[in-house]
Design a protein around this ligand. Structure first.
Ligand SMILES: Nc1ncnc2c1ncn2[C@@H]1O[C@H](COP(=O)(O)OP(=O)(O)OP(=O)(O)O)[C@@H](O)[C@H]1O
Ligand SMILES: [Mg+2]
Length: 446
């Protein structure tokens, strides 16, 4: 995390002040000390500190009174009070007044470091996301985190496209946040008080998709026991989000084109024209333009849909967002599991920042959730992450052993589908067959 966090230590005992000072300088903070409340307050009048670590019992001014004055000078300051065990009641009063936490003396330096690191994470997350929100005037995007140039560009595009009713195609690798972006467009448009209806086109067969989109009349096919509204009808006034648009069949492409041109359709098995006023947003992780060139996607439909294109970049091209996302997911999952907020070990964060995330933000999110579940409840450690130690460095495997393992893993990943595995391995199918023979690889019986 980039910004330097500033810390003010207020304690009348010089030895305490000095040891805390040295301790936190080593942890990488900007640290200053004050010997009493008066000195602290006069420092706070001329500059802001992010975190104030203050003894509650000092001669001159009562700690509670000092805390109130600090808050009056800077309501966002995080104040942690230090207290002797005997005066915990006072500390609790400080919490009621809005202090962040308290520690009892004598304290364990590791616990204190941990507490400060959590507070620092909160500050960084807050300020960086505030910076983002200042640059784009979008509402309802609390769940979108990111402050990289690439992400700001995407959000600027969201901002401008949300003012119109044009069709949008959102492209990007799996897990980059396409669905989040679609929601942001809808909830910032004039259609936000009407439904956003999502259809996962890839998950449905042609017949199901057809009745899902257009609805059906009672008796239209076996099992159609009632009249049913389709998604286009439900999206009247709002937005329809067609996810995985590249998967729809040729026939559906024609039908979709017709609906987009006429804004009307008939239910399956029906004959009445139904009108609906919807906006279309599509998403795909494929290169649609290329599919058009290959004759797999209709060009006329492509141009209908692709009035505006928004490309969400893969996470590895915006690694600056990683620490923010990590903080965001830590908060999300600690909250949902009703746990105390935890922090992350610097070595673990570093490893995450170096990883290339083929599964993008979704993979990062799953990684953090898992680490919280299996972790020690205090911080995410390197060993809570699914990174293997460097394969080459600490294995005695020969090059061909490694190749064998890698091919086996790839085959497993693609369910022993030779074409897809070969593609993933960037070899042709014959080469892959030969390797399978050479290494005597067999699909395990399940
Ligand atoms: N910028 C972001 N900030 C916070 N969370 C994010 C961000 N981007 C993605 N996520 C989270 O990552 C997960 C995947 O996002 P989403 O479902 O939108 O991806 P997608 O591009 O639609 O993926 P797929 O192509 O596989 O459908 C979601 O849980 C989402 O909340
Ligand atoms: Mg999606």
């Amino acid at each position: 995390m980039k910004r330097n966090i500033s810390l003010l230590i207020v304690d009348d005992e010089e030895s305490v002040r000095d040891s805390l000072y040295n301790w936190f300088i080593e942890d990488g903070y900007q640290v200053e000390g004050a010997a009493n409340a008066k000195e602290a307050l006069s420092m706070l009048e001329s500059r802001n500190f992010d975190i104030i670590l203050a003894d509650i019992k000092m001669p001159g001014m009562d700690g509670l009174e000092m805390h109130r004055r600090i808050k009056a000078l800077n309501k966002d300051a995080i104040v942690i009070v230090m207290t002797a065990f005997a005066s915990v009641e006072t500390a609790v009063q400080a919490l009621k007044d809005g202090a962040y936490d308290y520690v009892t003396k004598p304290f364990d330096p590791d616990d204190l470091s941990h507490l400060i690191r959590n507070a620092a994470n909160q500050i960084l997350l807050k300020t960086e996301n505030e910076a983002l929100k200042n640059r784009v005037s979008l509402e309802n995007i609390e769940d979108i985190v990111g402050n990289s140039k690439a992400m700001i560009k995407v959000l600027k595009e969201v901002e401008s496209v949300s003012q119109s009713h044009s069709s949008v195609i959102i492209t990007g690798e799996s897990g980059t946040g396409k669905e989040l972006i679609a929601r942001a467009i809808h909830s910032n448009s004039s259609r936000k008080f009407f439904p956003l209806v999502t259809v996962h086109c890839g998950a449905l067969s042609e017949d199901l998709l057809e009745s899902e989109l257009f609805g059906h009349e009672k008796g239209a096919f076996t099992g159609a026991m009632f009249n049913r509204k389709g998604r286009f009808e439900m999206a009247d006034g709002g937005t329809i989000f067609l996810d995985e648009i590249a998967t729809i069949s040729g026939k559906m492409q024609i039908e979709l084109l017709r609906v987009l041109e006429s804004k009307s359709f008939v239910r399956v098995g029906g004959n009445k024209e139904i009108k609906s006023d919807f906006r279309v947003i599509c998403a795909t992780n494929r290169n649609l333009k290329k599919l058009v060139e290959e004759g797999l996607f209709r060009e006329d439909l492509f141009y209908r849909l692709n009035v505006v294109n928004i490309t969400v970049p893969p996470l590895r091209q915006r690694t600056e967002d990683i620490p923010l996302l990590v903080g965001h997911f830590i908060r999300k999952y600690c909250n949902s599991m009703s746990r105390d907020l935890i922090s992350i070990e610097p070595a673990a964060l570093k490893q995450i920042e170096q990883y290339d995330f083929p599964g993008n933000v979704r993979e990062l999110e799953n990684m953090i959730e898992r680490a919280i579940v299996i972790g020690n409840g205090k911080e995410i450690r390197l060993k809570d992450l699914p990174f293997k130690k460097d394969v080459i460095e600490d294995s005695t495997d020969s090059l061909s052993d490694l190749e064998k393992k890698y091919i086996f893993q790839t085959l497993k990943k693609y369910d022993w589908n030779i074409s897809r595995s070969a593609k993933a391995l960037k070899v042709d199918r014959v080469t892959l067959y030969n390797k399978i023979k050479k290494y005597d690889l067999k699909q395990p019986k399940s």
